[in-house]
Design a protein around this ligand. Structure first.
Ligand code: TYM
Length: 338
């Protein structure tokens, strides 16, 4: 059974882009695969953040994931920094990563532009830690959104490089994409939906009025209607396909083809179906957040299970990379004298 690994940053407020691009697939593969899902707090430290808020963001992320249907008994759900082996493997992979391949990463270039006052080494090395996450569990499948495909290529590259230098150890992980692998920003459909663009996203825990307002304000056509569907309308159709019944989608598509589609109707239907789909997630989230001790216990249980796998991998990695001194070495004189 191929192992699945994926990670998510503890933004605290996950959005429908995260859900449609990744989490929905995590829930789907749980039934048939051995899954490991990580809340990647070490990755979140690469941009400015408030240490006092991080623990609540981590717990809110865990509650949302469980609210979406991640089963912490069946799958391993844990916090990245609670398993120290991530940092250790990250260092070893650092030593076999060409600098040029990091500088070419589009996410690095974007974030470096966005946080010009703090272009730290963590931001550059971010994809190496991501590779360490995946390889530590020898995962073969990685369900992610399209924006992570380039990082996944580096992970494959590092697996190959490590195997070549030190002997066959890691499988080359494959990305697993959904049909909505790139959900666009509601207020600017030329960019991807992102927590860092206010007004661009619908949080999975947003109340109905907020969802309705965001969809109502979503950009459709900016100029006169052209030959092909505008990015804003295409994005609304992607959302409709994800949240509404196939007959409903077919009806709206037909109206569009005939030039009879009223965007206000499309938006109203989408908002209604989104509210219906997200309400149970919000309710489970709210309930779990009122029982934080239980959440912490679940995450500690997940970390124990993750650590057991991570330790085995690191034992093998240490051995293959020459970090184990071996048992046949003579004891030092001082030790022998006592
Ligand atoms: P993060 O936290 O930014 O996003 C979590 C997941 O959501 C997907 N996603 C989207 N999918 C479609 N449309 C969007 N607008 C959208 N926005 C986000 C992301 O592709 C991702 O799958 N680097 C990762 C976290 C990570 C990781 C890993 C992932 C760390 N280690 C190991 C896989 C394997 C990230 O920043 O995700």
């Amino acid at each position: 059974m191929a192992r699945v690994f994926s990670g998510i940053q503890p933004t605290g407020q996950l959005h429908v882009g995260n859900y449609l691009g990744a989490i929905r697939n995590w829930v789907a593969v749980q039934a048939e695969h051995d899954c490991v899902f990580s809340i990647v707090d070490l990755h979140a430290m690469t941009i400015p953040y408030d240490p006092a808020e991080l623990p609540q963001r981590v717990l809110a992320t865990a509650a949302t994931l469980i609210g979406c249907g991640i089963d912490p008994e069946r799958s391993i759900l844990y916090v990245q920094s609670h398993v120290r082996e991530h940092s250790e493997l990250c260092w070893i992979l650092n030593c076999i990563t060409p600098l040029g391949s990091l500088q070419r990463m589009t996410q690095f270039k974007d974030k470096a532009k966005q946080h010009q006052e703090n272009v730290n080494a963590g931001l550059l090395n971010y994809p190496i830690l991501q590779a360490a996450d995946i390889l530590l569990y020898k995962a073969a499948l990685v369900p992610v959104g399209e924006d992570q495909v380039q990082h996944l290529e580096l992970s494959r590259d590092l697996a190959r490089r490590f195997n070549h230098l030190f002997g066959e150890t890691f499988p080359e992980p494959q990305a697993l994409l959904t049909r909505a692998a790139r959900v666009m920003a509601l207020n600017d459909p030329t960019r991807k939906m992102s927590k860092s663009i206010p007004g661009s996203f619908v949080a999975l825990t947003a109340p109905p009025e907020e969802i309705q307002g965001l969809i109502r304000r979503a950009v459709t056509d900016t100029g006169p209607r052209g030959e092909s569907m505008s990015p804003g309308v295409a994005n609304l159709f992607t959302l409709l396909e994800s949240f509404s019944a196939p007959e409903t989608v077919a009806q709206f598509r037909e109206a569009y083809e005939q030039g009879a589609l009223r965007y206000v109707d499309l938006k109203q239907q989408l908002a209604e179906d989104m509210v219906r789909a997200l309400t149970p997630i919000r309710e489970r989230y709210t309930e779990l957040m009122s029982r934080q001790d239980e959440l912490k216990e679940l995450l500690a249980y997940g970390a124990d299970r993750a650590r057991a796998i991570a330790r085995d991998t690191m034992e093998e990695v240490r051995d293959k990379t020459g970090l184990v001194l071996g048992t046949s070495a003579a004891a030092p004189t001082a030790a022998r004298a006592t």
